[in-house]
Design a protein. Structure first.
Length: 258
């Protein structure tokens, strides 16, 4: 039986000032789906996190940072630490988003350090993994996503210390912000590869409990179909999460139909 609760996450990226963030999260909170049946999370830009936390109040919406440094403090101009995210109200942090990897040079080794540090400070990492168009065309998807997964969780494997919880987000780079979505079959196939690899890295029971989200041009029109794809436990939504009506429609597509 699938013990993973559907997980519907919004990545606001570098969008929305504070008052716009508050307006959006309040609109989501007003109609958030039943938290017993689906988890909803938002990841605002750093400057809005604390204000969004206040606006959420007791509504069932989780909060994540979009990135962090691995050190708890120090001379790292422009960076934000795990304890700072915790203080602002985050329970989760997105790590290794393809925009971080491609635009800011993040490597699997850096993501591994960040994941280890996130867990140390009580944050649940959402680790993003995905192949580029070139890699897909060269038929290297499996090899690339397996290597990213291994590299991003290396410390946990080496030290045989399992994180209390971790989420993966399969985000094929060619589908992010492009309007191109992976087919449900593509998503299932990649999620299957990640789950199999995860068994080797984290062991069977942890691998079964780990949600794997799909990200890349998720919209109200394709969310239900993607959620029905075997192995897809949730979504990580960029563009369509900036509009409350479309994000709520997507979030509702996560509610199981029992
Ligand atoms: P998109 O972004 O939904 O705009 O494609 C997804 C993501 O980058 O997490």
């Amino acid at each position: 039986m699938n013990q993973r609760k559907p997980f519907m996450a919004a990545n606001w990226k570098m969008n929305l000032k504070r008052d716009e963030s508050v307006e959006l999260v309040k609109a989501i909170a007003a109609q958030a789906p039943d938290p017993d049946r689906v988890e909803v999370l938002v990841a605002p830009p750093f400057t809005s996190i604390a204000t969004v936390k206040e606006a959420i109040g007791s509504a069932p919406i989780l909060l994540a940072g979009q990135n962090m440094h691995w050190e708890p403090q120090g001379a790292y101009t422009g960076e934000v630490s795990p304890p700072m995210l915790v203080e602002a109200g985050c329970t989760h942090v997105i790590l290794g988003h393809s925009e971080r990897r491609s635009l800011f040079g993040e490597t699997d080794e850096m993501i591994d350090r960040k994941a280890k540090s996130a867990v140390r400070f009580g944050l649940t990492p959402i680790i993003c993994i995905g192949e580029s168009l070139k890699e897909r065309e060269e038929d290297r998807t499996t090899e690339v996503i397996e290597a990213q997964l291994r590299g991003s969780l290396k410390s946990f494997t080496d030290q045989k210390r399992l994180p209390p919880a971790v989420l993966l987000a399969y985000e094929p780079v060619w589908a992010i912000g492009t309007g191109e979505t992976a087919t449900p079959e593509d998503a299932s196939q990649a999620h299957g590869v990640l789950r199999t690899r995860l068994r080797k890295v984290l062991g069977d029971s942890r691998a079964v409990a780990t949600p794997i989200l799909y990200g890349g041009s998720v919209k109200p029109e394709n969310a239900a179909e993607l959620m029905r794809a075997p192995g897809v436990d949730g979504v990580l939504v960029g563009g369509a999460s900036l509009d409350p009506v479309s994000f709520l429609a997507i979030a509702r597509a996560g509610v199981p139909l029992t």
